[in-house]
Design a protein around this ligand. Sequence first.
Ligand SMILES: [Fe+2]
Length: 136
Amino acid sequence: MPLKWDQSLATGIREIDLQHQELIGLINELERAQLAVSGNGGDAAGRAALAEVLPRLSSYVLFHFGTEESMMETLPGRPPHVEKHLQEHRRFAERVAALKGREVAPEELAAFVDYLKRWIVEHIQRTDRELSTFIL
Ligand SMILES: [Fe+2]
């Protein structure tokens, strides 16, 4: 089922909320492509969509993390939140990078999409919300 951005995912920081909406759109695109390649061995259009969306998603993730990380740099006294938040971003970026430039089996892709959907909701609701308490 596609993810839907609603107030339960709001951080109150407009720029971040807009980027999260974009990110969720990309995750949904990835899921659509994943479903298209996993049915009946997949079709060429599904594989092409996948090859196109995966790099787009991974660059957008890096761009988005960059936005949040620049905000963190402005926080006085570097609260412990910053290290924890950076670490979550790093771990996630590694997981995304591990899929790049190689053939990904349908089961691995399905597991990745699941992970992505769970990660984004949890990360926004806990970590990005916590960041917003320092910014707002
Ligand atoms: Fe974040």
